[in-house]
Structure formats: C-alpha cells, structure tokens
Design a protein around this ligand. Structure first.
Ligand code: NAD
Length: 509
C-alpha cells in the first residue's frame, strides 16, 4: 500500500531525486510516498514531498541560470534539443519498461507515450524559425517597426499521472528552447520515467539551473503558483486542480495555461465504414484503460447505427485485460486502488440510474495479478444526459452509448456538454464532415479519427470546460505562451536630415 507521508526508510528502493542547479539530490524531507506498480501493488520506488527550502532552492537556481541562458545563442539551445531527441529515441525501450511498471499501460502504449513527446522535442529543434519576430520598414518617414519574442524568465510545469513521458515533454523542451528556465513538478504517482527523460536532458547539455525538478503535491504546487520569481505556469490534470491552479497563479500575476478534464464524444453516421468505425471506437474507449484525456467516453449512434451496438460489444469482448508488460495485453490496470474504487462507484451509479449495462467489467479477474487495479471494459447502452456516467469524467474503461435520429441532434448534444477537449465523426460524406467541423463547438475534431491529438507542428487546442487560458501546449501557441512580444518602433536620423518641428500629436511624422 502507499505509505503516504511516511519517512523514507527502505534504502534498497529507487528514490525519485530532485534536480536543483544541475545536481540530482536526495530530498531531505520526512514525507515520502510509495510508487506502486498498478498490476501487482509492488513498491517500485519512493517519491519525496519536497521541503519549502528545496522548492525555493530550485526556483532560485532557475532564476540565476536565466541570466546567462537567455543570452545563449539560439543555435546552441537548438543543438541541445537535437541531442535530446536522439537520446530519447535510443533510450525509449528502457524508459517504456519503467513507465509500464509505475503507470500500468501496455508496453506498446508506453512507447507511444514517449514517441508523442519525442515529436515535440523534434519540433523544438526548429525554434530558430518558430521564435522569429516580424519586421516592417517605413511605417513613417525613416521609421521601422519590429517585434522580438523574448523569454519570460522562470516557468513551471505541473503534470498528471496518465502521460508521464508525453506531457512533461509538452512543457520543458519548448519552454527552455525559447530561452526560459524551468521548474518541473511531475505527477507523484509515476515520476520515475519522467526523471529518466530529465536525466537525458542533462546529458544532452541542458546547463545547471536551466531545468530543475521538485516533487510533491498540493503544497509544492501552491508554492509554484504563488512564488514571485515564477512568470508562467503550465498545468495538465483534473478540472478541479486545474481551476485552482489557474485562479491561484492568475491572482499572483502569472501567465497560466491549464489543460483539464474531458468527456469526449464520437458521432457515428449510418454511411460510415462499419468495420473501421467499430475498431476505432473500441480502441479509443478502452486503450490505456480509458485513462486518456482524449479517450472516447460517449458514442453517439445516429439512426440505423443503433444496430451496430451488438457487434461493438462482441469486438470489445476480444480485448485482453492483463498487466501492461505481458505480451498481447490490450487493457492494463488503472493507476491506483482509489481510482478503481471511483470508477466502480460510477459504474454502480449507472446501473442504479437505469442505464442498460451490456458489458460489465467490475469483476474482471486477471490470473497471476489478482492484486492489480483492473477494471474490465464496460459498455452502457441507452444512457441519458442526466446520469452521473454522462456528466462526470470516469477516466476508466467505460463507454456510454446514446442514440439519436439525426446529425443535428448529435451536434446539439455534444455542444451542450460543458467539456471541449475532443470529438470524432465517422462518415463517408465530405458534406456531413464539413457541416460537422463547422458547427461543433469542440477544440479538437477528428474526421474518421477517434483520438485527434494534433501533431506538434500544430498545438493542443482543447476548449471550453477542458481548458483555461488562451494558448495551448506545444506548436506555435507554446512559443507564444513561453515568450513575451516586445514591439520596437525605431527612427534613425541621417546627418543631413532636417530636424523639423515639435510634434505634439500622436501621429508619426
Ligand atoms: P490531478 O489533477 O489529480 O493531478 C495533476 C497534478 O496536480 C499532479 O502533479 C498533482 O500532484 C497535482 N495536484 C493534485 N492535487 C492537487 C491539489 N489539491 N492542489 C494542487 N496540486 C494538486 O490529475 P491526475 O489524476 O494526475 O490526471 C488525470 C486528469 O488529467 C484527468 O482529469 C485528465 O482528463 C486530465 N488530463 C488532461 C489533459 C488535457 O490535455 N486536457 C491531458 C492529460 C490528462
């Protein structure tokens, strides 16, 4: 079991180190939490809840390093990213093993977690063109205007448990390549794979103090949100915590981006390719045991597709529930016994509120892993929008099905849901797809794609209840988020030029 806030005693266990001013150090705290393999309950390491002095030291190191890092040539910063992407690529398999042991997802999906983060590092190698300002000459006689995209200073990142590789890589590479320094606070539930990536960043040449790591929970997060030397906060996690972080850091004058919970729908039209659609629905609902912010939660079956539900259930029954490191596993355990209890409570509420349960994963047994936090794929049919299983984010392998008669009804249903992370449409009609993409009020839309997470040349653009702040992670929006635009209007007088007269107006002359 998790030994929360107990002294760290077992010296055989791996401990998550702090990174302060280029040194990986053991925390001096007396508060430690076990890092537990979700398939076995084996303790795979321990994570400290850093002291106030340690957090202050990390921020001070970042503040000090900013003085020289912001002056470091952009090519030097880029070359560190080039080296980092190479190191991540060559270490991906060993990181994936640690990630699966502490997070539970399948090895193939752990490699995907690393790969999607690696793509952001690859994009960071193009910062020379991404961070360019603009220039126009002759806005008045002899007057030119240009912009600089300057780094902000010390930025901080707070990450969730479900993507311990991808989400830290959404944050610190783009922040530091823009010339900022960074303090990362990984999820306390699975920080070991994140730390392997951080070690690679140091190996790639990130100088002392430019990247720092502190571990902990609410107390550490609140310190980051309120410290006067921190200029910007990137948060990814639940809606409750994300809202708190956005408000607290905002009140302390920081730029904040908060990417939060979701309830993602897929709308299935009768003209969709049935086989491909059903495969996509099953993969998106139950992959990663439903613990993706872009996981499919609600299938909206339009018209005759109501007859596809039986086949959906048959396909889902073929999924193998097992420990993530076992070959051919499709659905691993959920992160913790607490998460499992929350998911079971929601499933029970669905039954109590009258939803038809077509597949019940509550009593799934996994041979050899009887202690694991497993929940089998669960499918509810004929749900309505008043049920808790519709209103709340389940973050587990549970798919709810709603039936409607028309595309318009489906669009109205999705738009009435407060979340806005992702949505999919399955159809063979370009016209239907165009109507849908135009009318749907969700930040990321997949057309015959069930999990439309954009590649890093674009940005992650969840919207409405799934996001606070204007600018999303990675891509051009991240460059804007991690820089301040400075606009310079300049005039250089030539020696022979007439001095002219005093100008008391606002017009440039
Ligand atoms: P979480 O909100 O519990 O934790 C996220 C971070 O906040 C962790 O680092 C944690 O230590 C910290 N934290 C926890 N409680 C806190 C508190 N009271 N005060 C201050 N900080 C606190 O989220 P999680 O369970 O790790 O991750 C799952 C959630 O993240 C889901 O809701 C999921 O939808 C969301 N998520 C969203 C996106 C997105 O891009 N929108 C991506 C991934 C995950």
């Amino acid at each position: 079991m998790n030994a929360i806030h107990q002294p760290h005693q077992n010296t055989q266990l791996t401990t998550a180190k702090l990174l302060i001013n280029g040194e990986f150090v053991e925390s001096q705290t007396s508060n430690w939490q076990d890092i537990v393999n979700p398939a076995t309950q084996e303790v795979v390491g321990q994570v400290p809840f850093a002291t106030r002095e340690e957090v202050n030291a990390a921020i001070a190191a970042a503040q000090n390093a900013f003085i020289s890092w912001r002056q470091t040539p952009i090519q030097t910063r880029m070359r560190i990213m080039l080296k980092l992407q190479d190191l991540i690529r060559s270490n991906a398999k060993s990181i994936a093993q640690v990630l699966t042991a502490e997070q539970g997802k399948t090895l193939a999906d752990a490699e995907g977690d690393i790969q999607r983060g690696l793509e952001v590092v690859e994009h960071a190698c193009s910062i020379g063109t991404l961070q360019m300002g603009e220039y126009i000459e002759g806005v008045a006689r002899g007057v030119d205007t240009y912009t600089l995209q300057q780094p902000l200073g010390v930025c901080a990142g707070i990450t969730p448990f479900n993507f311990p590789a991808m989400i830290p890589l959404w944050m610190f590479p783009m922040a530091i390549v823009c010339g900022n320094t960074f303090v990362l606070k990984p999820s306390e539930q699975d920080p070991l794979s994140t730390m392997m990536l951080v070690e690679l960043a140091v190996k790639a040449g990130v100088p002392a103090g430019v990247l720092n790591v502190v571990h902990g929970g609410k107390e550490v997060v609140d310190m980051l949100c309120t410290h006067s030397d921190i200029k910007a906060i990137s948060f990814v996690g639940s809606t409750a915590v994300g809202t708190h972080v956005y408000n607290l850091a905002g009140q302390h004058g920081k730029r904040v981006q908060s990417m939060m919970g979701a309830k993602n729908h897929v709308v299935v039209m009768p003209d969709a390719n049935k086989e491909q659609t059903l495969n996509a629905l099953v993969g998106a609902a139950f992959g990663a045991a439903g613990q993706r912010c872009m996981a499919l939660s609600v299938a909206v079956m339009v018209g005759e597709t109501k007859h596809w539900v039986d086949e959906l259930v048959i396909k889902t029954k073929t999924l193998s529930v097992n420990a993530g490191h076992e070959p051919n596993t499709d659905v691993g355990p959920v992160i913790s016994p607490r998460a499992k209890a929350r998911i079971l409570d929601l499933i029970n509420s669905g039954i109590a509120q009258g939803a038809e349960i077509l597949l019940d994963g509550r009593d799934v047994q996994v041979k050899g892993y009887e202690q694991g936090n497993f929940v089998g794929p669960t499918i509810f049919n004929q749900i309505n929008t008043e049920m808790r299983i519709y209103k709340e984010e389940i973050f587990g392998p549970v798919l709810a099905i709603i039936h409607v008669d028309t595309l318009d009804e489906a669009i109205a249903l999705v738009n009435a849901n407060p979340f806005g992370n992702g949505v999919g449409l399955f159809t063979q009609s370009g016209t239907t797809a165009r109507i849908f993409q135009n009318s749907i009020d969700i930040g990321q839309v997949g057309i015959n794609i069930p999990i439309p997470v954009p590649v890093p040349f674009f940005s992650f653009t969840g919207s409405r209840g799934s996001k606070l702040g204007d600018l999303g992670p990675y891509g051009k929006q991240a460059v804007q988020f991690y820089t301040q635009t400075k606009t310079i209007t300049s005039r250089w007088f030539e020696d022979h030029q007439e001095a002219g007269s005093v100008n008391t107006t606002i017009s440039l002359r």
